[in-house]
Design a protein around this ligand. Structure first.
Ligand SMILES: Nc1ncnc2c1ncn2[C@@H]1O[C@H](COP(=O)(O)OP(=O)(O)OP(=O)(O)O)[C@@H](O)[C@H]1O
Ligand SMILES: CC(=O)C(=O)O
Ligand SMILES: [K+]
Ligand SMILES: [Mg+2]
Length: 579
């Protein structure tokens, strides 16, 4: 017989009279009352037969001083921490209308100052992304410091994502110019030579030494997936002469691909390592700065993810685990999609480069597939690039952009990302507002219309205990929808149970209580989760009572709210009204 079984606990005499449950016919020793003192409480638990019948010690409030050491403090209303912006949003709009889709903003020259960062935090930025393709490490370090300071001083909970450069072929900078215009019929030189100050006009440097050998006369050269196109007309040593066939704006360090007879050419550059030597230095920098996420560009296989994860595990300080996000932006990453996502802690649909590697009309189907695989494997997924591209220059989005954002929200991706719109655009705050309002609107439409999808969520855990957690979360989410509860509560040390609830995309928000600051920040990326930091014990009754009083004191919940609580210590489901 297995060591764990699902127990129906007898409702207390004060349990909700409107809900009747089958009388359990379990042997007497396993029957326990769940919260005889709290009204309208009912609990279903999977209890280990060897579980300790003695009550757990009272809860301890733990404060994390950020450097990994822990301080025990007295319980007061400040001993629960939640993002200030989410708190205000909950109080203002109520549980139902709080936003479920998370927002990532790329930080660049337009948004690197403290005031601009704070405006983004107030506007709903959950994660700040720094792109190591651009800027110096010192520049990025200052951005990280500013975000951390805002979190500490102003009570935000913005997580940091570092995105690697990767070693795909790209142009160098433009000798300091912000952009350069290529006109139809002009001949430009692409060269692997290193120029000092005297770079000839219409000359672009290329980062990949084998460039001139790999390309052939007649190849089509695409800048940024086709924003500008050239045809290779002549090769002279390290210089490749190209004629512009589709004019446009060249941006510093833009990605380059070349095509022959309608297909992407993968020559020796296919052998370039996913993580270059410069990337490893950036990763060391990210570990030293304790970033929350490292997004790996141009992932080709699960191997590189596994390698990076063990590298991080060996080097990072305990207590500050870093999540590894696989960027899906190449043909190889689509080929090995399932195993890459399985190995990663999350994925990004990096549509910018993906659209340069596969025909554009295939990108929407790829996005749909990546989002679906991520949700099935319980990994957070970010939809990125060109969501609101026109807002780099204009204060309102196009109708088509709004439709695109809506589609990503409708697919229930965990997060949406701004790139140039927030990094160097003229209207970063307005772009964020568009993402926020479209998300809230589409989520509401989906809930009100009861558009519950029939996505199959396969078992992801391997152990029996993990399977129980999954079943509990799936059932709790379903109960939450059917009973129209106000919120799901989850007490989770690692965040795993919270992500399992998030995966079900329930109608109500999920309050995720966790003891560690870094887990709390990482949960920021996941759909529908409102992460709180709170010290708690294995005694659920006391955890709940304390949480209720702390949240009531802050005006975040009120008597009578209906809540379903689950926990990864006790593997239980409890339904109750806030006393
Ligand atoms: N730290 C930075 N410093 C200067 N410009 C930046 C910075 N970060 C982003 N940008 C600008 O914003 C644009 C969009 O940012 P984004 O992060 O999407 O980069 P990208 O070059 O398109 O590459 P990737 O494929 O890695 O996303 C960049 O092309 C660049 O012009
Ligand atoms: C985000 C990114 O790297 C891309 O879209 O290519
Ligand atoms: K990058
Ligand atoms: Mg990219």
């Amino acid at each position: 017989m297995s060591s764990q079984s699902l127990h129906f606990f007898t409702p207390s005499s004060t349990a909700c009279p409107n809900i009747t449950f089958p009388k359990p016919s379990l042997p007497a020793p396993n029957r326990r009352l769940a919260f005889a003192s709290s009204p309208r409480t009912f609990s279903i638990r999977a209890v280990s037969e060897s579980s300790d019948p003695n009550p757990a010690p009272p809860p301890v409030v733990v404060a994390d001083n950020g450097a990994g050491s822990r301080v025990v403090a007295a319980a007061d209303s400040s001993s629960i921490e939640v993002d200030k912006v989410t708190e205000a949003e909950l109080k203002e709009n109520g549980f139902r209308s709080s936003r479920r889709t998370k927002l990532v903003c790329t930080i660049g020259p337009a948004t690197c100052g403290s005031e601009q960062l704070e405006a983004l935090a107030v506007g709903g930025m959950n994660v700040a992304r720094i792109n190591m393709c651009h800027g110096t490490r010192e520049w990025h370090k200052r951005v990280i410091e500013r975000v951390r300071r805002l979190n500490e001083v102003k009570g935000y909970a913005v997580a940091i994502m570092m995105d690697t450069e990767g070693s795909e072929i790209h142009m160098g900078d433009l000798g300091g110019a912000p952009s350069a215009k290529a006109e139809d019929g002009e001949v430009w030189t692409f060269s692997v030579r290193a120029y000092d100050a005297n770079r000839p006009e219409r000359t672009i440097t290329v980062n990949y030494d084998g460039f001139a050998e790999d390309v052939k006369v007649g190849d089509e050269l695409l800048v940024d997936g086709g924003m500008v196109r050239f045809e290779v007309i002549e090769k002279i040593g390290p210089d490749v002469k190209c004629m512009c066939t589709d004019p446009g704006l060249l941006l510093p360090r833009a990605n380059l691909t070349f095509w022959r007879d309608g297909s992407l050419v993968r020559e020796r550059n296919a052998m370039l390592p996913t993580i270059s030597s410069k990337d490893w230095l950036d990763i060391d920098f990210g570990i030293a700065e304790s970033v929350d996420f490292i997004a790996v560009s141009f992932v080709k296989s699960a191997e590189v993810i596994n390698h990076l994860k063990s590298y991080i595990a060996a080097r990072s300080r305990d207590n500050s685990d870093i999540s590894v996000i696989a960027k899906i932006e190449s043909i190889d990453s689509l080929k090995n999609l399932e195993e890459i996502i399985q190995a990663s802690d999350g994925a990004m649909v990096a549509r910018g480069d993906l659209g340069a590697q596969i025909p554009l009309e295939q990108v929407p189907a790829a996005q749909q597939r990546i989002v679906q695989v991520c949700r099935q494997l319980n990994k957070p997924v970010i939809v990125a690039s060109q969501l609101l591209e026109s807002m780099i220059e204009y204060p309102t989005p196009t109708r088509a952009e709004v439709a695109d954002v809506s589609e990503a929200v409708r697919q229930r991706s965990d997060a949406l990302m701004l790139s140039g719109e927030s990094a160097m655009g003229q209207f970063p705050d307005k772009a964020l507002t568009v993402l926020r309002s479209v998300s809230v609107r589409i989520e509401k439409w989906w809930r009100d219309g009861k558009h519950h999808e029939a996505m199959e969520l396969p078992a992801v855990g391997s152990s029996f205990s993990d399977r129980i957690s999954e079943e509990i979360c799936t059932s709790a989410a379903k109960m939450a929808n059917n009973l129209e509860v106000d919120a799901l509560f989850v007490y989770t040390k690692t965040g795993h149970m919270a992500s399992l609830l998030s995966r079900c995309r329930p109608d109500c928000p999920i309050f995720a209580f966790t003891t560690s600051t870094s887990v709390r920040r990482r949960l920021n990326l996941q759909w529908g989760l409102i992460p709180f930091r709170l010290g708690f014990s294995d005694d659920m009754e006391s955890n709940l009572n304390r949480t209720f009083s702390l949240l009531k004191a802050r005006g975040m919940i009120k008597s009578g709210d209906l809540v379903i609580a689950v926990s990864d210590m006790l593997q239980s489901i409890q339904v109750m009204n806030v006393p």
